[in-house]
Design a protein around this ligand. Sequence first.
Ligand code: SOE
Length: 402
Amino acid sequence: MSTTDKELRVGMVGYAFMGAAHSQAWRTVNRVFNLPARARMALICGRDTAKVADAADTLGWDAYTTDWRDLINRDDIDVVDICTPGDSHAEIALAALAAGKHVLCEKPLANSVEEARAMTAAADVARAAGVRSMCGFNYRRVPAVTMMRQLVADGRLGVIRHVRATYLQDWIVDPQFPLVWRLQKDRAGSGALGDIGAHIIDLTQFVTGQRISGVSAVTETFVKERPLPAESSGLAASVDGHSAPTGTVTVDDAAVFVARLDGGALATYEASRFATGRKNALRVEINGSLGSVVFDLERLNELEFYDATRPAVEQGFSRILVTEGEHPYMSAWWPPGHIIGYEHSFTHEMRDFIEAVATGVDPTPSFADALQVQLVLDAVARSAELGSSWAEVEPTLTAAAV
Ligand code: SOE
């Protein structure tokens, strides 16, 4: 419980899924952690007056506005929390930093490398004036992921040889799912690649301490036309039995790539929204010369750990239940064995952000860290487009038995 009277007055832009997840964290963080400042949920911003008014009431914000520039220009706002689609991240972050506001921006940082570079440069300038910025890769703050990084850093896995990361969803498998903003390049920048691929890129670089130095990729858009959302077409999904007007999907539905990391590891990545049956299935496995560790978001309180230094008769993957007080963040919650969830990663994210801003240090991941992710996203998209490293397999004359 924070007892300080120092406040960080937060203004949040956006109120959809990430706005709700961030609100849960802002509501909770000072009741669970004893921090040098308290977050005040001062102002929420959204374009639709009725919807943002409802969001302010539902999510627990003191007031609301429909103009993010109003939010940024107010003297009684210290932090700008950006929870909007990617096409507005740069504009809002640049204005907020110029206005001397600390910034937390959801991932991916931007819709392009150019935007990410500009945001990183602005963050560097603002830092000189004590203004802090962070990108919201929340999975770093799952205790088991932080512990994974510690195991690697402590040398428990030895030399890292393989990184194997998948992030699988299936929410758009139905071709009748409408053409929402996440399926439009001008809004989202990319599809599965930037939305969920960004997470496994950041997470694996965070855990291994190595950076991706090169990739070879393929991407696919399985469903290329989708019904326009009712609110944009003004029509219901179907009118008089005729299908609603459709639009072109301009982003990837799935991205698969191999990568080299700068510490010598080989890596495979798969980000798909067409993994039927997988709802939010993030899994990372790290193989090293002395052992392996596996994280599975569906069992986010656990790690599978293989210690190759143990006597042969004792070897096997053990299950670490990451709920001890000694585990990252866990002393703030419940007794051992009382597990936490997806939402707690955001509370930990706000904890670290508040502590960094209040003590005058830079929170991580920085915009520069997020720019590195953006550079990887760009390299994957270029590789997939060029197909340059792709070696075709000569078709056999007869269909092989498969
Ligand atoms: C995609 O649907 C999504 O909401 C991502 O945008 C989030 O970053 C991820 O945490 C959950 O899935």
